[in-house]
Design a protein around this ligand. Structure first.
Ligand code: PMP
Length: 438
């Protein structure tokens, strides 16, 4: 696979392109020319099943005809304007319609990081407080504020996080910070830890708690059930804003339109992005009238962004939401996700290096370990080789050693799941042989 580095496209780009590509994209050395449905095609005509969807962005898959048609129509009409556009007025109403009544005030941005920064600003402005709680393993972006909220393992260039941010354990069901196996007792321990952190390490001025309903970047990690409810309650007890970062989990990904629906834990500020526009840059925060009406953010240009709400991205988001509903992709994510998770359990659980297979909807994580008892991660070098083996078999998955992230487009079918599982199994058989001879 390494010969791909010799591709002139790759060489030219790598000479000049400094900014961070995803590790999967960098490692793959793939130059991708086009996509169709769940498939990507490289410049040599090789085909790969896209089990990553650009980190859960291509929710409708690639080149969805109806999506392309809507975006083309908008391209012809208007791309730039912050004046009211017919498409935006339809979209805000349609978006509000998919959310609980209390969440009815929307601000548009372009990236998840930008929307999370806006959520932070809004929470601090509304509460007139400063400190924010986030979680170990969490990822909220790479801008100054959001990298500070994120776990240090996602970067930060050795610079200290912004002041006023406290991080506490996420109640990961697989890797528990303390050996409490009972879920509700473990949740209680995590919430007590959080409260003690506020007590001992803050100035008792918590503006917000920001959390992912599933930790995507950390490997599609699932918290114990009742977690979001507990955070919502705690926020309300201490007068803090409950910010739910659904940038990766929103728009059907986990088998419901938004994953907070599964716990009926309605946030004060919902952050959305990624799959929202099926590839065009669009993100948003959605909040209550009470929070949104706080000056100065409620004043003209109080919450603004040059590209926020531009007609082209809005047309993409509108088409995406319409197609998700028309093609029942939320239900599909739930049904096919459950089918695939069961299949992966059945086919892969016997491999000694499979530590954990988990998922909700079409957001599945497989964690690879050296030892199932100690849960020591499998060597990164081996997982890298496994990724290349996957490419040989025509698979692109997300790689965040020691996790494999599976977030295919929401149009993924049971047949796709069968095909992918067979290939993953072949790759795992290869890995088993490598480990045996090592
Ligand atoms: N929040 C979450 C939960 C994410 O998964 C991501 C992206 N991986 C972000 C925020 C940041 O989004 P963006 O890369 O669009 O800034």
């Amino acid at each position: 696979m390494s010969n791909r580095q010799d591709d002139p496209f790759i060489q030219r780009e790598r000479t000049h392109l400094q900014y961070g590509l995803s590790s999967s994209a960098l490692l793959s050395n793939l130059a991708i020319e086009r996509g169709e449905g769940v498939w990507l095609y490289d410049i040599h005509g090789n085909r790969y099943m896209d089990l990553f969807a650009g980190a859960a962005i291509a929710s409708l898959g690639h080149a969805h005809p109806l999506f392309l048609h809507s975006v083309h129509e908008q391209l012809d009409d208007l791309i730039v304007s912050s004046y009211t556009s017919p498409i935006r007025s339809y979209y805000v109403a349609a978006l509000a319609d998919t959310l609980p009544k209390s969440l009815n005030q929307v601000s548009f941005f372009s990236t998840g990081s930008e929307a999370n920064e806006a959520a932070l600003l809004m929470a601090r402005t509304y509460t007139r407080k400063f400190e924010v709680i986030s979680f170990w393993g969490g990822y909220h972006g790479k801008t100054g504020g959001t990298i500070s909220l994120s776990d240090r393992k996602w970067g930060g260039s050795g610079i200290p996080p912004f002041p006023g941010i406290l991080r506490v354990p996420y109640p990961d069901t697989y890797r528990r910070v303390v050996p409490i196996q009972d879920d509700s007792r473990y949740l209680e321990w995590c919430i007590t830890f959080l409260k003690q952190t506020i007590e001992t390490s803050s100035s008792q001025s918590i503006a917000a708690i920001i959390v992912e309903s599933l930790q995507g970047t950390s490997g599609n990690v699932i918290p114990v059930s009742g977690f979001l409810q507990a955070i919502r309650k705690l926020c309300h007890d201490i007068g803090a804003i409950f910010i739910l970062d659904e940038v990766i989990t929103g728009f059907g990904r986990t088998g419901s339109m938004f994953s907070f629906e599964q716990e009926t834990a309605i946030p004060d500020i919902l952050v959305i992005g990624k799959g929202m526009g099926n590839g065009l840059p669009i993100s948003a925060i959605v909040t209550t009238e009470q929070i949104a009406s706080t000056p100065p953010l409620s004043l003209p240009s109080g919450m603004s962004s040059s590209f926020g709400g531009n007609p082209l991205s809005i047309a993409a988001a509108h088409a995406t939401l319409t197609i998700i509903k028309q093609e029942k992709l939320v239900e599909n994510a739930q049904i096919v996700g459950k089918y695939w998770l069961d299949l992966l359990h059945n086919e892969l659980s016997d491999f000694a290096f499979v530590g954990n297979i988990r998922g909700r909807g079409l957001m599945i994580g497989i964690e690879l370990v050296k030892d199932r008892v100690t849960k020591e991660p499998l060597e990164a070098a081996l997982i890298k080789q496994l990724f290349f083996k996957g490419l040989e078999h025509g698979l692109i998955a997300g790689l965040q050693s020691p996790h494999i992230r599976l977030n295919p487009p929401l149009i993924f079918t049971k047949e796709d799941a069968n095909w992918a599982t067979e290939k993953i199994k072949a790759c795992f058989n290869w890995l088993k042989e490598q480990i045996a001879v090592a």
